[in-house]
Design a protein around this ligand. Structure first.
Ligand SMILES: Nc1nc2c(c(=O)[nH]1)N[C@H]1C(S)=C(S)[C@@H](COP(=O)(O)OP(=O)(O)OC[C@H]3O[C@@H](n4cnc5c(=O)[nH]c(N)nc54)[C@H](O)[C@@H]3O)O[C@H]1N2
Ligand SMILES: Nc1nc2c(c(=O)[nH]1)N[C@H]1C(S)=C(S)[C@@H](COP(=O)(O)OP(=O)(O)OC[C@H]3O[C@@H](n4cnc5c(=O)[nH]c(N)nc54)[C@H](O)[C@@H]3O)O[C@H]1N2
Ligand SMILES: [Mo]
Length: 753
């Protein structure tokens, strides 16, 4: 496909999935893979004996409910076709393409070239990557790491696609070297969720399982676009509707996934309107959610004080702490001010209350629209307050549902990919592997960018991902990365992080999840954890695209052998036999008893979950009400609040195409969605060229020559796509508590070009 240059706009779609999704998948498979390779892989996707979808972290249905031929969604299938690409690049490609030429290409073009088929090395001062043997690559990394005068000059980044086995080895490598510098994509994703949920419910993960969704009375979905980013969630929403449950979507954009749904695996649904999903849509202002939940709680509490029937008093008495203080604080809130912050009418909020009052079982789901703010933690604390008041947690059909992004981002955390892993975890590592893990906290994603740009880090390694495109403040990291002495990427496809490199650079190509992983000890499988805390096995069966690839685990073990002279870890055995890694995990991490046996059972197993089980915070066995402060976040006159978001045709920084199908925007990604009235006021006509300036403290950042698109978005709010918009996000524009960049709250002005 040629890259289009012109933007086209059509009407917002009213139904999601159905036949267009199937057609789009078919096209991608045809375009990317030999049909055989593509179709074969799809048959194995999310089957009990297949591999875990490399796209999002949405859980699989129970074994008996799984579609036997096809348990995947459009975007999962695209991710698979993308990985199973028939194209590959190596020595010849890199001989003819210099770094500076490659830098001129788009993100789409770079990945489109295909899978990287051999290890590559960029010598200091040179402009072409050249092939290198695995042994030499490991030795270069080993030498650099051994020569560091301080292990904290090394940074080990992880994207959320790495398996449990690879992630466990990776954190062990970093810690054996003596650093906790283990930033990950979660730092920019659900970090606020982990923090707020652990503090209030005892565990930083979802409390519900997949089966709970269809059984709830009311599902509130805040700041998430499931039609695009977790399409298999729509199947559960359809079941919920068929059972009589209600859905309220809270979002500055009316996303198609909430409007109507046609099941992609039920062709008889492809004609007609599809199942309408949302019962109510609240077009909240960006960041109006905290005030909205508070306003709801304010009204409910007022009524409860008279009738005593709204809240679940026995649950509050038996299972929570902090209720009295919470209520006392609620009385001090200024209701009108709260309503004003939401951008909604009082009537809309009152109607929402009637849904909540009627419901005994409530689930609250959320994603990046909530977490990527300076106050995401507080909004989540208020979600928990609401659920606790209604006794809507630790029972069937009720609870918390933070919808995770990357397919194993949750598992990576469980495996210790965390710059501030708790002492219980480090103590276990210490006793099992007989070494002293460092205790000082390491860098997270934001502080890594700062350390790199200040020249404090001389080594950067990425286990997957596209660090320079995913982090905020693109120009800061682009300048900083040049100060690094050695940058290393374990990757499947070419991306900008390979081109914005250190003095020397290595690209280490790895097997994808769809490919067969055969070690000296035979065929291996890996394991992953989904959004609901279920661990399952994943085994690819495609012939690897090149015989020079190694598995992520083998690469990490190879590096460890070269970098650590005296080690207590059997790296070579780990590399050959992943069941040994799982046995080690079992000794270190709670909940993995009989890991090797349990994970081979169909469907895998659930990890323990105190919020699901109702024992909550260890030690007190109760959940906790919190008190939050609402700060009315206003922007200056004539300015807008900008969010960065995903289009339908991308997976994070991987761009599959230029068709944001549901939103009806096609052809170009350099667009800014604006409310029509705002455009009129600013004298901006549809498809006018505009410049966007962001403001943070006294700093300004710019994006020039974007097309203004009139769109149904809350007044005063605008939206651009991620990662194009990252240039505008100041590195310090982040949550103080979790350090998550506020990629959904950027103050901007928009002027004609
Ligand atoms: N196909 C596909 N699937 C993916 C991904 C992908 O890129 N492509 N990425 C994966 C990853 S890593 C993640 S984290 C998830 C992300 O999944 P999402 O969180 O759904 O992704 P975003 O596009 O960032 O947008 C979130 C939604 O938040 C809304 N929003 C923005 N600001 C606010 C606000 O202040 N309040 C409210 N209530 N809503 C707001 C936006 O309108 C948008 O609908 O998806 C995962 N799955
Ligand atoms: N402004 C703004 N910034 C954001 C966000 C936002 O909404 N707005 N979202 C944030 C979020 S939620 C996230 S999760 C991060 C994502 O940040 P990352 O996880 O760093 O980025 P990805 O785009 O998912 O990484 C894509 C690359 O991963 C590599 N890859 C793909 N599959 C594999 C594999 O199986 N193994 C290995 N080793 N490599 C593989 C390929 O080389 C590919 O180019 O971005 C964050 N940044
Ligand atoms: Mo994410």
């Amino acid at each position: 496909m040629k890259e289009p240059k012109k933007v086209e706009q059509s009407k917002l779609k009213k139904t999601a999935v159905g036949f267009p999704a199937i057609a789009s998948v078919g096209y991608k498979i045809w375009e990317e893979t030999y049909i055989g390779r593509g179709v074969k892989t799809l048959f194995k996707l999310n089957q009990t004996k297949g591999y875990d979808c490399p796209s999002c972290a949405w859980p699989d249905p129970d074994v008996k409910e799984r579609s036997r031929i096809a348990e995947y969604c459009e975007n999962g299938a695209k991710a698979v076709a993308w990985e199973a690409s028939k194209n590959c690049i190596g020595a010849t490609f890199f001989k003819t393409h210099s770094i500076s030429e490659l830098l001129k290409q788009s993100n789409y073009w770079l990945e489109k070239q295909g899978r990287i088929k051999e290890p590559l090395y960029l010598e200091k001062g040179k402009s072409y990557y050249k092939p290198i043997s695995w042994e030499k690559a490991f030795q270069k990394i080993g030498k650099h790491l051994k020569e560091l005068d301080n292990p904290n000059k090394a940074i080990f980044y992880t994207s959320g696609r790495a398996s449990n086995e690879a992630a466990f080895c990776y954190q062990l490598l970093a810690r054996q070297l003596g650093t906790n510098n283990l930033p990950d994509c979660s730092n920019m994703c659900h970090e606020a969720t982990g923090l707020a949920l652990s503090e209030t419910t005892g565990i930083g993960k979802a409390s519900v399982t997949l089966n709970d969704i269809a059984k709830t009375d009311l599902l509130l979905i805040f700041g998430q676009n499931p039609g695009t980013n977790a399409p298999r969630m729509l199947t559960e929403l359809q079941k919920l509707k068929q059972n009589g449950g209600k859905i309220i979507a809270i979002n500055p954009l009316p996303e198609t996934g909430f409007m109507g749904f046609k099941h992609p695996q039920k062709p008889w649904e492809w004609v007609g309107e599809g199942t309408p999903l949302q019962d109510k849509y609240l077009q909240v202002k960006i960041n109006g959610d905290l005030a909205l939940v508070k306003a709801i709680l304010y009204l409910l509490n007022k009524e409860h004080e008279v009738s005593k029937t709204i809240f679940d008093t026995s649950f509050i008495n038996n299972s929570t702490i902090g209720y009295e203080n919470f209520v006392a604080q609620l009385h001090t809130e200024d209701f009108d001010n709260l309503v004003d912050q939401t951008g909604l009418s009082e009537q809309e909020i009152r109607t929402t209350c009637t849904y909540i009052k009627k419901s005994k079982k409530i689930i609250i789901a959320w994603a990046m629209g909530i977490t990527q703010h300076t106050n995401g933690e507080d909004t989540i604390r208020e979600f928990v307050n609401l659920l606790l008041l209604k006794g809507s947690i630790a029972k069937e059909g009720a609870g918390t549902l933070p919808v995770r992004g990357h397919s194993n981002v949750q598992g990576d955390r469980t495996m210790g990919i965390w710059e501030k892993a708790p002492d219980v975890f480090l103590d276990k590592l210490q006793s099992v592997f007989k070494f002293n893990p460092p205790r000082a906290h390491g860098y997270n994603a934001v502080t890594s960018v700062k350390a790199i740009s200040e020249g404090k880090a001389t080594f950067f390694m990425g286990l997957g991902g596209n660090f320079v495109q995913a982090v905020p403040d693109t120009s800061l990291i682009e300048k900083g990365m040049k100060k690094v002495k050695l940058s290393v990427h374990i990757s499947t496809k070419l991306n900008r992080s390979h081109l914005i490199h250190g003095e020397e650079a290595l690209i280490l190509p790895c097997l994808g999840r769809t490919e067969m992983d055969v070690s000296a000890k035979g065929k291996q499988f890996v394991t992953t954890e989904d959004t609901t805390g279920r661990v399952r096995m994943s085994q690819g069966d495609l012939q690897p695209i090149s015989k020079h690839l190694k598995s992520e685990t083998a690469i990490i073990c190879g590096i460890a052998q070269a970098a650590i002279t005296e080690t207590t870890v059997p790296w070579e055995n780990f590399s050959a036999d992943y069941s040994l890694i799982r046995s080690a995990i079992e000794k270190v991490v709670k909940g993995f008893k009989n890991y090797n046996t349990k994970v081979t059972q169909a469907g895998g197993f659930y990890l323990p979950n105190v919020a699901r089980e109702g024992t909550f915070i260890p030690g007190i066995n109760k959940a906790k009400f919190s008190i939050t402060k609402t700060v009315y976040k206003k922007v200056s006159k004539n300015r807008f609040i900008l969010m960065t978001m995903r289009s339908h045709d991308q997976f994070n920084t991987t761009i599959y195409g230029f068709n944001d199908r549901y939103r009806g925007i096609k052809g170009k990604r350099e667009v800014v969605l604006m409310n029509k009235e705002d455009m009129l006021q600013k004298n901006i006509l549809p498809h006018d060229k505009v410049n966007i300036t962001s403001f943070y403290n006294n700093e300004k950042r710019y994006l020039k020559n974007f097309k203004a698109i009139p769109y149904n978005i809350s007044k005063g709010c605008v939206a651009v796509y991620f990662p194009e918009g990252n240039v505008l996000v100041a590195i310090d524009n982040k949550s103080k508590e979790s350090n998550c960049p506020a990629s959904k709250f950027i103050e901007v002005s928009i002027e004609n070009y």
